[in-house]
Structures are given as structure tokens and as C-alpha cells.
Write a protein that binds this ligand. Structure first.
Ligand code: ARG
Length: 572
């Protein structure tokens, strides 16, 4: 498909002295009001070099461009050259491309042979799964999908919090108060209960803390009984996490979590020593970071045990050596900003030039609207409960609205879970936001159900068109585009055209919400087209052209929703 911006920049470069096409491309604007053209070129900056008033320059350029077939019209308004593309030509370019590329529309191979690690979700075993982990899970999955779509060689890692002193506490609590069947039946809740109980009891009896430390040391030394319990806790919890990941349609390539690095930290500690980066402070080993305006990083405790940050340093080095990544991305809450700044700095101090390829992608907090979720568990939220509730509530809405489906449960699942995902990805990730059920499941707002519903509406148009749809799509370039150059058709087409750029922009900014917002725009624009025009008219030529445009809208919405990690029902 023609890149219109580049094409126009090239034409302008011929018409304007002294500026390269590249420079012009950066100056080109897309007016928010389409009455000002599809593209506009401001001439203020040229005044000095050309020794002419900007409006005169605009007039000269407009006169030169008028000859081009690419444009329907070129106007000069004050200092601007406003360019209106030939709608027929544009439509033909776009619709030929989308009908040919289909599920690949918007994808590319810019990432070929470049490995990108996306680390996300990373819950802690034996510690609460915060609502923040939900965000990491959903945002991370979408970033993975976007990079994958752009041809990068992706690796999804779940850096499980499966190591650390809390395991000493878990084991002690289990031995004192635990029951095997509770762990097997409901591992996450049960283990969390042990964790809470341990802390309550330890308030009263500080000897418990010592006991826990001793047990953790036994675990670190590979004592079989402790290792067996640790392994069991981990396996049971993972089973439960996997059930939730399955509901979300999420998979990982690796579950190498913190424990995976337990034998890889000695090397890091030695390197830090050799490079004189580590100093002793009150018996512990730290790296001073004062000159970088950061507090010191604690690498090893007095008793020789290592910490969360030590494992992150070891993990980054391992990943570089094992995967030779182009980028190593971490989708982790903004509360950990300092932690990431610290260890990435330490990687740099160790002399690794790839430190800058490790990127922390932070996100803001979610708070819960009053009464949103059960408070039985305090601040802790069980993702599975949220998802189940979304599905159940959606089912009620579907029945009430008499939604078109032959499988209510399946549709409720796709729409309910999709709604939660969509909501997570609607705002800039760094913004804090309030989770509200009314907003999430509203079929009319800028929500997942709304976009899925619009997609299903387009699907139904194509179904109702019958045989002619297939014929139309097979040779879109031959269609008579005169029937799809009205304003609402054209505005819709322009949004579809921008989709590939939007995907690239979302990848560069690590911001799935850019995709979310764009597909909301496409959905709204399609609904306007659907409202303004009759699609399935008697005139075959007209019907054909409109079907092709409807298909392009449907396909682009679908590709977008899939990049968010959502399912896309054909009927609802
Ligand atoms: N398990 C950690 C937590 O729940 C998140 C891990 C983030 N990733 C990392 N490489 N530090 O807070």
C-alpha cells in the first residue's frame, strides 16, 4: 500500500527548495478538522530562507501541486497548504490492501531476527496476588502481541516470585497449622492464609522468625524435606495461576522465576567484588549509588543470603547470555521504579553496554470503587473471582438484551473477560485509575463489549450479504469506488488506513492504549457509516463497494482486539 505521507513529502520536496523529503515528512500535519484537508503543510518556517511571506509561499506550492492526480484539490489558506487526496484513488489503494492482507493487515517484519523478551505477570507464590499483577498480566500480554505482530522474535517470561525468606515462613506455618488437602484444593488462598497467620503469630512470639530463617537456610542448602515442600507449594500455586492464564488466553515460554537464579548469584557477587563495586556496611554487602542520586542497593545480607535485587541482576546477565536479546522488557508496577533504576545502573557499572536495552515499563495503580469486589480478603483480589464475576454479569446482560448468540455461555465468557482486558488497556498505563463494573460492562460506552458488538454487527452485514460478499472481496480493486467516497465512508477509511502506524507507535511507546483508543474510533466511525448509509442496497455495484469497506472495518477491529489479547465473537 502506498505510504501517502511519504509520497506527499516527496512531491513537496520537488516543489520546495532547500528541504529534504524527510524534513518535510516531519513537518506534515494531519488536520483534526478534515475540512482543512487530509494533510496540511505549514509554511512559516520557510519564510526566512525563501525571503517571502508564508502565505505567498503556500500559494506557490499549492499552484505547483494542483497538477498532481493524487489530489482531488489543493488549497492555500493563510500559511498552510491543505491537500485533499483523491478519495477514489485512496479507497482503491486501501481496500485492495486490506482485503489482500486480512489478518495480517497492520503487521510487518521490522522486528525480524530481533529477540525481545517480555517479562510480565510474575506473581509471588506464597504472597498475595495483588490487583497490580492483573495489570502486569494484561498489559504485558498485549505488548507481547504487538511486538510479535511486528515480526520480533518474542520470549514471554513469567519471573515467578518463587524464592526468598517467605518460604521459610510458609514451611513453618504449614508444619504448625497446615493441612495437605487445603493446599491441594485452594493453594493460593491457603498459602496466603498461612502467610497471614505466620505474621500474626510472630507478633506474639518472635522465636518464629528465627525458626523461619533456619528453615529457609535448610531450603537453600538443598535439604530434601524443605525442597519437597517448596516444590509442592510452587507446583500447586502454578496450577492455579495457569487456570487463570488459560481463562485469559495467556501463555508463557518460560517460568524461570527467582529460584532459577539461586545458583547463579555467586558469580554476580564475585563480579561485583572484583570490580570493587561492593562495600561492607554493618555486616551486609551493598553497592553505593549515592553519586547517581539513589539509595544503596543491598546485595547480600549479614547471614549471606541474597535478595530480590541480586536475583534481578543475575537474571539480566543470564538472559543476555542465553537469549542475546535486542530488548529485555519488564512490565512491573511503578512502585518498583527505584528498584529497576538501581539494578540497571549496577549492570551498567559492571561494564555491560546492553544495560540500556533493559527497559522497565511501569504502570499506575488501580483502585477499587466501593463495593466492587469482595473485601473478605482485605486488599487482596483474586483474579479468578474478578473474571468469573465479569462473565456472570455479562451473561445476565446478554439475556436481558436478547443478544444474538447460539451459545450464551461462550459469548458471555468472550465478552466478560474481554471487557476486563479492554478496561485495563483503555487508559495510559502510567495513569492510576478506578475500576468500576458499570463502566467495564457498558455496551454503549467506549468499552470492550461496544467494540466487540460493532465487530459482530459488521460480521452480520457480511453474512446477510450472502454470496456476493465473497465475490466482492476476491477482487476489491475492481470495485466502483464512487460509492464509498461520501464523508462517513471516507472518514472510516482514513482511520483504517492509519492502523499500521498506530501499531508501530504503540510498540515504540510500549502503550497498548494507543491501539485501544484507535479501535474505539474505528468502531464509532463504522457505526456512523452504518447509520448514514444503506449498505445492502439493490444496486450491485454500490452494494459491492460498501461490503468491501465493511469488511475492511471488521478486519481492522478484529486485528486490533487480538493485539489487546481479546477474543472476537462473530455474533452477539
Ligand atoms: N514478583 C514481583 C512482585 O510481585 C514482581 C517481579 C517483577 N520482575 C522482576 N524482574 N523484578 O512484586
Amino acid at each position: 500500500m502506498i505510504n501517502f505521507k511519504e509520497k506527499i513529502a516527496a512531491l513537496l520536496a520537488e516543489a520546495v527548495e532547500g528541504l529534504s523529503a524527510e524534513e518535510i515528512k516531519d513537518m506534515l500535519e494531519i488536520p483534526t478538522d478534515s475540512k482543512m484537508g487530509d494533510y496540511a503543510f505549514p509554511c512559516f518556517k520557510l519564510a526566512k530562507a525563501l525571503r517571502k511571506a508564508p502565505p505567498i509561499i503556500a500559494q506557490d506550492i499549492a499552484a505547483k501541486l494542483k497538477e498532481q492526480d493524487l489530489f482531488e484539490r489543493v488549497e492555500n489558506v493563510n500559511a498552510y497548504v491543505n491537500m485533499f487526496l483523491s478519495r477514489k484513488f485512496f479507497m482503491k489503494e486501501l481496500l485492495t490492501a486490506v482485503t489482500a492482507e486480512k489478518e495480517n493487515y497492520g503487521s510487518s517484519d521490522v522486528g525480524k531476527n530481533r529477540k525481545v523478551i517480555v517479562e510480565f505477570s510474575s506473581p509471588n507464590i506464597a504472597k498475595p496476588f495483588h490487583i497490580g499483577h492483573i495489570r502486569s498480566t494484561v498489559i504485558g500480554n498485549s505488548i507481547y502481541k504487538i511486538y510479535d505482530f511486528l515480526g520480533y522474535d518474542t520470549v514471554r517470561i513469567n519471573h515467578l516470585g518463587d524464592y526468598g525468606t517467605q518460604f521459610g515462613k510458609m514451611i513453618v506455618a504449614y508444619r504448625k497449622w497446615g493441612r495437605e488437602e487445603d493446599v491441594t484444593n485452594e493453594p493460593i488462598k491457603t498459602l496466603l492464609g498461612y502467610y497471614v497467620k505466620f505474621h500474626e503469630e510472630a507478633e506474639k512470639d518472635s522465636a518464629l522468625e528465627d525458626e523461619a530463617r533456619a528453615v529457609f537456610t535448610r531450603l537453600e542448602n538443598g535439604e530434601p524435606e524443605e525442597v519437597r515442600l517448596w516444590q509442592w507449594f510452587r507446583d500447586e500455586s502454578l496450577k492455579e495461576f495457569n487456570r487463570v492464564y488459560k481463562m485469559l488466553g495467556i501463555e508463557f515460554d518460560s517460568y524461570a522465576g527467582e529460584s532459577f537464579y539461586s545458583d547463579k548469584m555467586e558469580r554476580i557477587v564475585n563480579m561485583l567484588k572484583e570490580k570493587n563495586l561492593m562495600v561492607e556496611s554493618e555486616g551486609a554487602q551493598i553497592v553505593e549509588l549515592e553519586q547517581y542520586n539513589m539509595s544503596p542497593a543491598l546485595i547480600m545480607k549479614k547471614d549471606g543470603s541474597t535478595l530480590y535485587i541480586t536475583r534481578d541482576i543475575a537474571a539480566a546477565v543470564y538472559r543476555k547470555e542465553h537469549y542475546d536479546f535486542y530488548k529485555n522488557l519488564y512490565i512491573v508496577a511503578s512502585q518498583q521504579n527505584l528498584h529497576f533504576q538501581q539494578w540497571i545502573k549496577i549492570i551498567e557499572l559492571l561494564g555491560y553496554d546492553w544495560a540500556q536495552d533493559c527497559v522497565h515499563i511501569p504502570f499506575g495503580l488501580v483502585s477499587l470503587e466501593e463495593g466492587t469486589m469482595s473485601t473478605r480478603h482485605g486488599r487482596v483480589v483474586f483474579l479468578e473471582e474478578v473474571l468469573n464475576r465479569a462473565v456472570n454479569q455479562t451473561k445476565e446482560i446478554i439475556i436481558e438484551k436478547n443478544v444474538n448468540t447460539d451459545n450464551i455461555d461462550e459469548t458471555a465468557r468472550q465478552v466478560g473477560i474481554g471487557a476486563v482486558i479492554f478496561q485495563e488497556l483503555s487508559n495510559n498505563r502510567i495513569k492510576d485509575y478506578v475500576f468500576s463494573w458499570d463502566k467495564v460492562l457498558n455496551f454503549e460506552g467506549e468499552t470492550g463489549p461496544y467494540v466487540q458488538y460493532t465487530h459482530a454487527r459488521a460480521a452480520s452485514v457480511l453474512r446477510n450479504a450472502g454470496e456476493i460478499a465473497e465475490k466482492a472481496l476476491a477482487r476489491a480493486s475492481g470495485a466502483n469506488m464512487d460509492y464509498v467516497i461520501g464523508d462517513s465512508a471516507y472518514e472510516l477509511a482514513k482511520l483504517i488506513y492509519r492502523f499500521p502506524e498506530i501499531v508501530v507507535d504503540a510498540a515504540e511507546k510500549y502503550e497498548p492504549s494507543i491501539v485501544t483508543r484507535h479501535i474505539v474510533d474505528i468502531a464509532q466511525s463504522f457505526n456512523k457509516f452504518y447509520h448514514d448509509e444503506h449498505i445492502l442496497v439493490d444496486n450491485e455495484e454500490e452494494k459491492t463497494a460498501k461490503i468491501i469497506l465493511s469488511f475492511a472495518a471488521k478486519q481492522t477491529i478484529k486485528n486490533g482486539l487480538q493485539l489487546l489479547g481479546m477474543e472476537v465473537p462473530e455474533r452477539m
